[in-house]
Each structure stands twice: as C-alpha cells, then as structure tokens.
Design a protein around this ligand. Structure first.
Ligand SMILES: *[C@@H]1O[C@H](CO)[C@@H](O)[C@H](O)[C@H]1NC(C)=O
Ligand SMILES: *[C@@H]1O[C@H](CO)[C@@H](O)[C@H](O)[C@H]1NC(C)=O
Ligand SMILES: *[C@@H]1O[C@H](CO)[C@@H](O)[C@H](O)[C@H]1NC(C)=O
Ligand SMILES: *[C@@H]1O[C@H](CO)[C@@H](O)[C@H](O)[C@H]1NC(C)=O
Length: 531
C-alpha cells in the first residue's frame, strides 16, 4: 500500500517534471503542401522535435522524404489520377519562365486551384478530423506548414493549443501581417531582389517595389477570399470557432527558412520572427559509408561530387551528354563521386570515378576533400553546398533550376552551364575554372562561416522556441501591436489627415482674419479721407 502510494507520487512528480520541462509534448504538424521542397523543410523541423523526445503527429498529402521513426505520419495521398494531373501542373509551371515573382503568383492562382482544393480535402479526411474530434487527443502545440493555406490554423482552436507557422521562405508580404512584422517597402526588397551592400534603394527601385507590394496586396486579398471559404467549409458548423479574421491574430511565432544577417535583406524583424534557415542540413555530419570514406580519404588531389538529382536522369540526359561528361571527368586528377541509378550500365569505368545509386549528399559535402559540387541547381543541393562552403558548377534543366543557378552565380559561388547543350571543352574549362580560381571557394566559404555563426543552430532554434511556446501556452506577450491595427492606423494616415485638416482650417482662418483686418483698415482710411 505505502509502496503503491509512493509509486503514484513518484509518477506524478515525473509527470509534473515532464510538463514543466515541456518534455515529451504532443505536437501536431499540418503539412499538406503538394510541394516536395516545402515538405522537406517542414518535416525537418518536425524531426528536430521528435529527436528531442516530443510526440509529433503530422498530416501530409505527399509521402515525406524526411521522417523519423517516432513521427506519426497521417498521409492522405492523392489518387493516381490526381497525382497525374499534379505532374501536369508542375510540368506546365516549369515551362513558364519564372522570371517575375508576381506574374508567377497570379498564374499560380489559376493553375493551383487544384492544389488548394487538395490541401483542404486532406483536412476533411476522417483520420485528420479525428485528431480534434477524439477528445483523448491532447496537443500542446500546432505547427501549421504555410502554403497560402491559413484556413488550417483553425485546427489550433479546435485542439486548444498555441500555433506556430512554419514558412519555407524569408519574411515577406504574404506572412508579415500574421505577426505584425513591418513591411518597410522603401528599403526591403521583394523576395527576388537584392541590394548592393552599402546602398539604399533608388527612386526607380522604390517605384517598382511599391508596385510589387500593391500586387502582393491584391494577391493577398484573393488568397484571403479563398481561405475564408475553406475555413467556413471546414469549421463553419462549429459556433465556438472564432471569425477567420480573429483566428489570424492568434499566431504565436513564425519559423522562416532564412538567415537574414548572412543572406539579407537587412531589415527590422519583430520578436515573432524566428529564423531557422538551413534546418534541413545536419548540424554535424554522419560518418560516411566505408567505401566512400576510403575513396575520399585517399583523394590526394581533392574530389568532386556530381549529382543531378533524381528527376533529371533518363528523360533529360542523353547518352551523348553522358559520354561527354565521362570523357571530361575520367581525365581529371581529382576523384569523382557520381550519383548514378543504374549500376549495371554505368557511363564507363575509370579509377577516379565512384558510382553510387544512393548518396548521403549532405555528409559528402561536409567532407574536407570535396572541392567542387556539380549539381542541377535544385534549392536543397545549393543550400547544402552553401552551408558547407563548397563552390559549384550548376547544370540546370527546368523549373526553378535556371533561376537558382543564376542567383548562385550572382553571389559568386560558382558557374552555370546548360545541361541540354553541354559540350566537352566548355565543361572541362568550367570545372578547371572553379577548381583553380580560388575566388569561388573563398566567397562561398566566407558566406558559410557567416551562415553558420549563430547563437542557436537552426535545429536548436526550432526546439527552443517550440518548447518556449509550449511552456508559456502561447506567446501573446511578445505579439506586435501591429497585428491589431489597420493600414490607416499603422501608417498614422489618420494623424496626418488630422494635421492636414488643422493646417487647412488654420490657413482659412488666417486668410479670413487678414481679410477682415484689411477691410477694417481700408474702411478706416476711407473714413479718414472723408473727414
Ligand atoms: C529574379 O530576378 C532576376 C533578375 O533580377 C532573374 O534573372 C531571376 O530569374 C529571378 N528569379 C526568380 C526566381 O524569379
Ligand atoms: C502521441 O500522439 C498521438 C496523437 O495524439 C497519440 O495517439 C499517441 O498516443 C501519443 N503517444 C504517446 C506515446 O503519447
Ligand atoms: C488563441 O490562442 C490561445 C492559446 O494560445 C487560446 O486560448 C485562444 O482561445 C485563441 N484565440 C482564438 C481566437 O483562437
Ligand atoms: C585507401 O587507402 C587505404 C590505405 O590507407 C587502403 O587500404 C584502401 O584500399 C584505399 N582505398 C581505395 C578505395 O583506394
């Protein structure tokens, strides 16, 4: 008996300690985005929390590439036909030139109606509804993966937990309003623009930034309309649910996949902005498989990693191009690790080339012997190379790849060539240039040092701030008042209007008084003259 009571006390004490420590919290992640690259970042945040011992449940549509044995994944997959129309949409989008953010966005509204509907459908799945309908489920935190799908934030109210939004981009006009982050369009460039160091924005830049921000506002209104409808559809039957606009004012923090002080733009951010850029990269590399470790360890002249992603192979890589690449690479003194799917049919045998079907890319890039990364300019690969400070030669094909490659070249981290028109001589010269001219390696390694120099790593930030919100049951105390202010109030337009009115009244009064005095004076002089 006594022993039992003692045991119960002990259990209670442990439970309290756990709650107090926000250890082992139940966390719900809503990540229904149909974009694999968004899902990687969102799942990396979930993984950091699972590794910390939290019980993470996530809702996805796609099968996540990043996961963890303790993450409970509820996948609401697309049907075969839906997956096919999805690839058609992706194909169509990748054919459009993505030069202009705004036109891309408006095109997205047309093409992605399907995506928005699928994300909302996922939340209607009985297993997903069960998360809040089953009162045995207790959640201490909801992570809402941002993909222009604010309506899903209603889940936080349903399970009565505070809310953190996980965005896969830097602070911008689609997200700032959620936490009252100032827009400051006079000197904060829009997403796809950057300022030279030590310079302000010119008149022309500010005009174009202003027009861009108006465009964003219109886009934001269209999204809000869609979101309100989905919110009603999902939660309209519950009278306890707050208005959509009220729900939007209940975000504790936003995790942004950026790191402003190394990447820019330099701008003021409110405390609700938590930057977790590089979350998908491991803090410390895992040991390489034995064959790769030896192959790289013995590479006395350095080594090259070649990976063109998984989409590129087959459809875009002609045997002719592969032969040309092999001819160049097999004659280098550097060793080459080449990601190649079909090991029975390799491009050719050479002592300096190691083919591998599967690559721990992040861990290989961390290896000091790697001197060059030849890639297809996917966002993930470029981020990893920037993190590890490795110069690049990018061979983009489609989608966002050419733009990613251009941005990488602009930063001075390497060179780019088209894979579709690859020729031996320029390919060899490109490789030799990046290997021999130290400016690329130096620039990217300087960036890497800045990028990694943080008080908390990306993983630590996710853990610390999630537990912070859990410990304090939200973060209303650090919310910017801007969340509760209209555009007019936030910009003091009403104050300026009042000043203008006072000024006008004052001028009119002055005018009237002067007129009066002049009339008095003139009538006096008339009287004097008459006498
Ligand atoms: C960003 O703008 C530059 C020109 O300033 C353009 O070359 C590039 O393709 C754009 N990238 C995206 C992703 O819109
Ligand atoms: C983890 O959370 C899920 C969803 O609420 C719940 O069903 C499960 O029992 C939890 N597991 C643990 C070990 O608490
Ligand atoms: C906002 O979140 C808190 C918990 O963080 C909750 O108590 C409150 O009901 C929420 N308000 C709305 C409008 O959802
Ligand atoms: C690398 O060198 C070690 C000796 O240091 C040798 O045992 C091993 O076979 C070499 N591996 C390769 C792949 O060359």
């Amino acid at each position: 008996m006594v022993q039992n009571v003692g045991r119960i006390f002990l259990l209670a004490a442990v439970a309290v300690a756990f709650i107090g420590d926000s250890q082992g919290a139940n966390i719900l992640g809503l990540f229904p985005s149909l974009s694999p690259s968004h899902l990687i970042i969102q799942m990396s945040a979930a993984k950091a929390l699972a590794e910390q011992g939290h019980n993470v449940t996530v809702v996805t549509v796609l099968k996540p590439a990043v996961t963890h044995k303790d993450i409970n994944v509820i996948q609401v997959p697309l049907t075969k036909e839906e997956a096919a129309s999805m690839s058609a949409i992706i194909e169509k989008m990748s054919k459009n030139d993505n030069k202009n953010m705004l036109t891309t966005m408006f095109r997205m509204i047309g093409q992605m109606g399907f995506m928005f509907d699928k994300m909302a459908d996922a939340l209607k799945d009985p297993r997903v509804r069960g998360l809040y309908e089953n009162k045995d489920n207790k959640f201490e935190l909801v992570l809402s993966g941002f993909f222009m799908n604010e309506y899903q934030m209603g889940f936080a109210k349903k399970v009565n937990a505070p809310l953190i939004v996980v965005a896969t981009m830097p602070p911008n006009l689609l997200l700032n309003f959620l936490i009252g982050n100032p827009e400051e369009i006079a000197y904060v460039p829009s997403i796809n623009d950057s300022l030279e160091r030590g310079q302000g924005m010119s008149f022309k830049q500010r005009i174009s930034g202003f027009i861009m921000s108006l465009g964003f506002r219109v886009f934001g209104k269209v999204l809000e309309y869609r979101n309100k409808n989905s919110y009603k559809e999902l939660f309209g039957d519950d009278p306890n649910m707050p208005e959509y606009s009220e729900m939007m004012k209940n975000v504790s923090l936003v995790f942004f996949a950026s790191h402003a002080i190394s990447e820019g733009p330099i701008r003021p951010n409110v405390p609700g902005v938590i930057e977790i850029g590089g979350i998908q990269v491991k803090d410390t590399p895992a040991p390489l498989p034995k064959n790769m470790a030896e192959f790289l360890g013995n590479a006395t002249d350095g080594a090259i990693l070649l990976s063109l992603g998984s989409n590129v192979q087959g459809s875009h890589l002609s045997p002719d191009t592969v032969q040309k690449m092999f001819n160049v690479l097999s004659k280098l003194k550097q060793r080459v690790i080449w990601k190649w799917e079909d090991l029975d049919k390799t491009p050719g045998k050479s002592d300096n080339i190691l083919y591998s079907k599967w690559l721990p890319q992040d861990d290989i890039l961390a290896h000091p012997k790697i001197k060059l990364f030849i890639n297809h300019a996917g966002k993930g690969g470029i981020t990893e190379a920037q993190y590890h400070g490795k110069p690049m030669l990018s061979l983009p094909v489609f989608g966002d790849q050419p733009a990613n490659a251009d941005a990488m070249v602009k930063k001075g981290f390497g060179l780019t060539q088209s894979l579709l028109t690859l020729e031996e001589q320029p390919f060899r010269e490109g490789i030799e240039e990046v290997l021999s001219n130290t400016k690329y390696a130096q620039t990217v390694s300087t960036f890497s040092k800045l990028y990694r120099d943080r008080p908390l790593t990306a993983r630590e930030s996710v853990i610390y701030w999630s537990e912070y919100v859990i410990r304090h049951h939200g973060a209303a105390h650090l919310q910017s008042p801007l969340v509760h202010m209209s555009f007019v109030a936030a910009n003091n337009l009403d104050v300026f209007a009042l000043l203008a009115i006072i000024l006008v009244v004052f001028l009119l009064l002055t005018k009237a008084v002067i007129k009066f005095i002049i009339r008095k004076l003139s009538s006096k002089t008339k009287k004097v003259k008459k006498q």
